[in-house]
Design a protein around this ligand. Structure first.
Ligand code: BG6
Length: 284
């Protein structure tokens, strides 16, 4: 049997990236910068992730779109806002094409710069696996220090949509959420499906069931998460989008972030312990 070609390293807007191609035709593109997935095309399908046309690829700031890895702080202000993981180069530690899948793992460890912001010794690994119509993303964090650490994290998934006002997100009914546009006011979602008609920034708590994002004529995406207790649903809408320099003015119409997150309460790890969080997307 001839060996399957391994994933290739390529240049994407001047940054090194890894292109995964599964034997069934599914593809993914992962930037070493941030271990950020920038493209996912399921077998026989079309692009499912949103990547801003105005994204900046300077190897320093986070890339607007795809799946930024948020670690060790979700949200907040200052230098640690949404963490440093999305602003640093990760190292590819494994990449392989199997009989019916392709996968890669990238690693980030602490250095002087990370310890100045967050004083911990850690090993973080991001694994992406594509197979057919399925995408698995897993973030693993090991506390390699001799003291406990606490962090928040997320896979900040930007889903591509044709027109955000036409999509419906199901699976959140009955859940408590914090409205991050309104001083984290807590409420219960009573709607059968979430429809985006304005700025939306909600942190849903205790999300255990799968979610379904559907849009007329555009296919659907089912999403499941494990290890991440929360889900953030975000769309900046017109005004906030216009203030984002790395997004076109109508960019908010083409995306919806559905983020698997451990954000409401920090994850605490004892020395030597490991945590993982996974988000799975299935294109329907
Ligand atoms: C979401 C937050 O996760 O990320 C929003 O809930 C935030 O409040 C958004 O605006 C984008 O953040 P950033 O730092 O990538 O512009």
């Amino acid at each position: 049997m001839s060996a399957l070609p391994p994933p290739e390293t390529c240049d994407f807007h001047g940054l090194p990236a890894l292109r995964l191609t599964a034997p069934d035709g599914a593809t993914a593109l992962i930037s070493h910068h941030g271990a950020q997935l920038l493209s996912w095309i399921p077998a026989g399908g079309a692009e499912r992730l949103y990547l801003s046309e105005s994204a900046v690829f300077d190897g320093r700031q986070a890339i607007r779109g795809g799946v930024p890895v948020i670690f060790p702080q979700f949200g907040g202000k200052g230098k640690l806002r949404h963490g440093f993981a999305r602003e640093l180069p990760w190292e590819v530690v494994a990449a392989r094409t199997g009989k019916d899948y392709a996968t890669a793992t990238l690693r980030l460890t602490d250095g002087e710069a990370t310890r100045a912001l967050w004083p911990h010794v850690f090993v973080a690994e991001m694994t992406v696996l594509i197979a057919g119509n399925r995408l698995d993303m897993e973030l693993e964090v090991e506390n390699a220090d001799d003291k406990p650490c606490a962090f928040t994290a997320a896979l900040h998934t930007y889903l591509r949509v044709q027109e955000v006002e036409n999509v419906a997100l199901q699976g959140l009914q009955g859940l408590r959420y914090r409205d991050q546009t309104d001083r984290n006011k807590e409420d219960t979602d009573r709607q059968e499906a979430l429809v985006v008609e304005d700025e939306l920034d909600r942190l849903y708590l205790g999300v255990k069931k799968p979610l379904l994002l559907s849009h007329p004529g555009g296919g659907a995406i089912a999403m499941e998460q494990e290890g991440f207790p929360d889900t953030v649903v975000w769309n900046p809408w017109e005004k906030k989008c216009a203030a984002l320099k790395d997004m076109p003015r109508d960019g908010f119409r083409r995306m919806l972030c559905v983020e698997a997150a451990a954000a409401a309460r920090p994850v605490t790890l004892e020395p030597g312990d490991t945590w993982f969080g996974r988000q799975t997307l299935v294109a329907l």
